[in-house]
Write a protein that binds this ligand. Structure first.
Ligand code: ADP
Ligand code: MG
Length: 902
């Protein structure tokens, strides 16, 4: 029942091969280099494996092949024959196909995808180097010999690199559960493979080498689920410089696509590395289930130089050095053990780096030698406590020491930099896992925004064929979302400016309002400073009159062709620290929010911390902390630290704008002045476009907000009340409690297995969902009087302290769950339903089903279906009463398939 739809590809029970004459026919040449490589690979299949060679001409045996439904077809024919082969694959009703043939142009690849889709075949390739499943002894690749079996899965978008990594791995005794080389035109893409690996019991960690993605939403969804169930390490090629080409705002021009990628990976709970050897070392560190780690590293060393290298590199990576314990050249095993234990016990230390550099003045076999120190350290090292990372420097002399420690599961390296990288992986893993668990809603707390007013304003600007809002318009939009702005009004004469100024109160600021002058403070060339289109600190009516004229003259002289709407007047804000909040639109990730030090020098300072919307308070706080401006907001030059609350609220409001205003493309609030009195936007610039105008704002987001509009209160037969709402990651414990409390029969009916509780990986999959392809509604009842508080989940107890609970997290217990997952065909979905035993027969199941059917309908799906155990009479009755058609399930007589058109 929980067999993954890609099982036929990755766990095939039967395979047919299209690769010319079989290996049993050694005289005849294979038609392609891929066919030759495959022939070699297949020689190592386990004896008795169900393999058949086919060629595109055979027709006689197709009928019985079709009847038995082979799992996988592998094609390694010349490009011009691949299409015909895939047709045969469709006719014999194979479930999946792997095309190793290479050199196929994109148009032909698109054709193949269509054929595969038509026949319902999951297609990996063409131009793929194939896959290996070492645990199954299955080598369906042109990558060379089968890799050793182990706990790591490797997925790569580059063939050449896959081969290089396998070569490296072979020499470093690294083993794999799966190796998948995707190629550029494959139908089964990275997200689908991640889906499979997340659920694959043989895979403990996932390593990804990637170059690009097509569908950000799909990618983020799969990556987040995978990273929630097991460590995922990503190496991404192509660090581009900052700067999108059409940026009209500062923040948009500062945000590069690699920054966005970085932010997306972080939010997905993934660790990113830069070199492929780091892929493996990061995976190794994350596999040693260390306790959560902060960023403060203690260094224990017998030499100053290596410690300095380590400290420098740690500083580069933004880690902090808690202390350096230089034991001196003569340090022996005893000194190392004591220093390590002291550091592990020290609460101001999050991780320990032990550096041993060889000392050739002493005999290798004495107490100071690499081996002796490693042996002593190894005796007291525990891989489940605070991270301890080793760096035994030296080549052959230190190798046995390294091997000894590695065998005890200590991550151990040859260079200080590699060791610090490893600690950084651990620290960022735990940091990012906290980001991953956030499920922010669309709306921030507090007053509802004037969305309608904002839409009207945007439409009127677009109707004038403009895309860039003036400062006054931009501020009006911010005000509609309750972001504090300086009230700003347009004056067309000096007299008008005086009238406005005396109403606003002095001092005021005058600025030129012109669509042709983007950066007002450097609107005019020449000697900087005075040559500005901004007049600050205007103290009186007389000054307004004089400086109005000076400003206008200065601008018209320097920019005679500029269209000038007038001069805007606004109060002078209190002095404070200047920051900015920006929005840029990325391809493919959609809108991103940036934050950093602001003011007129913004591009020189180039401070940009980035996060993907939607934001909640936790994410907003982390965003601020990642910026360099965070330093500026602490106590500074005698001024006290700034209260971050108001700043966070602005970020949440900006997130809300991004979610609710589909036309919003770019935005600068620069500067936002932060002072003891709160925050205020004194300048703003917003860029809108028609694009996506018809779509709901959140549909362009890579991560969907926690859905609203699904919350209900229901009264059940017997009078009890339950609250119904979408599931979120904080529900994991309550969901586990529900499963534990089920009768053996109910558990069997739902999961078709005898498990007593959900494995963590399933628990993760069930509670962290994308609300796009998948939706789950939980019914929460008041806790039972006698119920003990939910105990922390055993293995998750090692995870970071939980971030602030979800706003919807009410105490109680889950008594029912209904769920739908969109099928790979994109038009139908599969449901599941679970009701607590003490709530059965009270109408809860049918109401949960009706609600989830409504969700499926609103997503535009055409059909809802599910599998029900044939002996689950109550469930089959319920389905029939809801109008489902009940039929025999051809693939497994233990089940009925129930379907309903939507
Ligand atoms: P630009 O188009 O150059 O970004 P701004 O409107 O941001 O022009 O003004 C430039 C600088 O003037 C700001 O960075 C800020 O320091 C200062 N400034 C502008 N408006 C105000 C105001 N209302 N109160 C206080 N300072 C202001
Ligand atoms: Mg500005």
């Amino acid at each position: 029942m929980d067999r993954h739809y890609l099982s036929p590809l990755f766990n095939p029970g039967s395979v047919v091969v299209f690769a010319g004459p079989s290996a049993a026919d050694p005289d005849r040449e294979p038609p392609t280099p891929e066919a030759r490589a495959l022939r070699h690979a297949l020689n190592d299949l386990p004896p008795g494996f169900a393999l058949r060679w086919l060629d595109i001409g055979t027709s006689g045996t197709l009928a019985d092949l079709a009847a038995s439904r082979v799992d996988l077809a592998v094609i390694a024919l010349p490009p011009e024959q691949v299409g015909d082969a895939l047709e045969v694959v469709g006719r014999i009703r194979a479930r999946a196909a792997l095309v190793l043939s290479s050199g196929l142009p994109p148009t032909q690849c698109a054709e193949l995808q269509k054929t595969a889709q038509h026949h319902g075949v999951h297609l990996l390739g063409p131009n793929s180097l194939g896959l290996q499943r070492p645990g199954l002894k299955l080598n369906l690749s042109t990558l060379g010999p089968l890799a050793a079996a182990g706990p790591l899965a490797l997925v790569s978008q580059s063939g050449a690199l896959t081969a290089a990594m396998l070569d490296w791995a072979q020499h470093h005794a690294v083993g794999f559960s799966a190796v998948v080389s995707l190629g550029p035109n494959t139908a089964v893409e990275l997200p689908q493979v991640l889906d499979f690996l997340a659920a694959d019991a043989g895979t403990q960690s996932i390593l990804v080498y990637m170059e690009g993605i097509r569908d950000a939403r799909r990618f983020m969804s799969a990556l987040r689920v995978a990273a929630y169930s097991k460590p995922v390490v990503v190496m991404k090629a192509g660090r581009q410089a900052a700067g999108s080409k059409v940026a009209v705002t500062h923040s948009a021009s500062m945000v590069g696509s690699d920054d966005v990628f970085e932010a997306a990976l972080r939010r997905a709970g993934v660790v990113r590395v830069r070199q492929f050897t780091q892929l493996f070392s990061a995976a190794q560190c994350l596999a040693s289930r260390f306790r959560p780690a902060g960023e403060r590293l203690a260094i224990v060393t017998n030499g100053g130089g290596p410690a300095v290298l380590a400290a420098d590199w740690a500083d580069m990576l933004g880690l902090s050095i808690a202390k350096v314990d230089d034991l001196g050249e003569q340090a022996g095993a005893e000194a190392y053990v004591q220093a390590m234990q002291a550091a592990v016990a020290d609460r101001s230390v999050d991780g320990v780096l032990l550096i041993h550099s060889p000392k050739f003045s002493v005999e290798p076999l004495t107490q100071t030698g690499a081996d002796a120190v490693a042996a002593a350290v190894g005796k007291v090292f525990s891989p489940t406590a605070k991270p301890v990372i080793g760096c035994w420097m030296g080549e052959a002399s230190a190798r046995p020491a390294r091997e000894h420690l590695a065998a005890l599961q200590m991550p151990v390296f040859r260079t200080p930099e590699a060791a610090v990288d490893a600690f950084n992986s651990i620290a960022s893993y735990y940091r990012n896992q906290q980001l991953l668990q956030q499920t922010p809603p669309t709306m921030s707390e507090g007053a509802a925004p004037d969305t309608e007013g904002a839409q009207l304003l945007i439409e009127s600007v677009l109707a004038e064929r403009r895309q860039v809002l003036t400062e006054i318009e931009s501020k009006a939009l911010l005000a509609a979302f309750h972001i504090p702005v300086t009230r700003t009004m347009l004056a067309r004469s000096a007299t008008e400016a005086m009238l406005i100024a005396s109403q606003l109160g002095y001092p005021v600021v005058l600025k030129v309002d012109s669509p042709d002058i983007t950066h007002k403070s450097d609107a005019i060339g020449g000697d900087a400073g005075s040559a500005s289109a901004v007049e600050l600190d205007v103290q009186s009516a007389a000054q307004v009159r004089d400086r109005y004229q000076q400003l206008l003259q200065r601008v018209t002289r320097a920019r005679p062709d500029a269209r000038i709407n007038g001069i805007s007047v606004q109060p002078m804000a209190d002095r404070g620290r200047e920051v900015y909040v920006g929005v840029a639109s990325d391809e493919p990730f959609g809108p991103v929010i940036s934050f950093g030090a602001g003011g007129t020098m913004i591009e020189l300072i180039a401070d940009r911390a980035i996060e993907l919307p939607p934001l909640n308070a936790f994410l907003a706080r982390r965003l601020i902390e990642r910026s360099r401006a965070a330093e500026l907001l602490r106590a500074w030059r005698g001024a006290p630290a700034v209260d971050l609350g108001p700043l966070e609220r602005v970020l949440l409001r900006v997130s809300e704008m991004v979610c609710l205003l589909p036309q919003l493309q770019q935005m600068d609030i620069n500067p936002l002045i932060v002072s003891a009195n709160g925050v205020v936007a004194v300048d703003a610039r917003i860029v809108v476009s028609e694009r996506g105008g018809s779509r709901e704002g959140s549909s362009r987001l890579a991560i969907l907000p926690y859905p609203d509009g699904h919350d209900h209160e229901w009264q059940l037969k017997g009078g009890d009340r339950v609250t119904v709402r979408p599931i979120h990651p904080d529900d994991a414990e309550m969901l586990q409690a529900l499963v534990r409390g089920l009768s053996a029969e109910s558990r069997y009916f739902r999961f078709a297995s005898a498990m007593a509780e959900l494995p963590l990986r399933m628990l993760a999959r069930f509670t962290l969902i994308d609300y796009d392809r998948e939706m789950a509604l939980v019914a929460v009842a008041a806790p039972r009087e006698t119920e003990p508080a939910p105990t922390a989940l055993a293995a998750k107890a090692a995870d970071p302290p939980p971030p602030p609970a979800h706003p919807n997290a009410a105490p109680g217990r889950i008594v029912g769950v209904s769920r739908i997952i969109t099928n790979p065909d994109g038009r139908s979905c599969e449901f599941s339903l679970l009701v607590a035993d003490d709530h059965a027969g009270r109408g809860l199941g049918s109401r949960l089903m009706l609600s989830i059917i409504e969700v499926a309908r609103s997503k535009g799906l055409a059909e809802i279906m599910g599998l029900v155990l044939s002996n689950n009479a109550a469930m089959l009755r319920l389905m029939a009463s809801l109008g489902f058609k009940v039929a025999r399930y051809a693939e497994d007589p233990d089940f009925r398939i129930v379907t309903k058109a939507l």
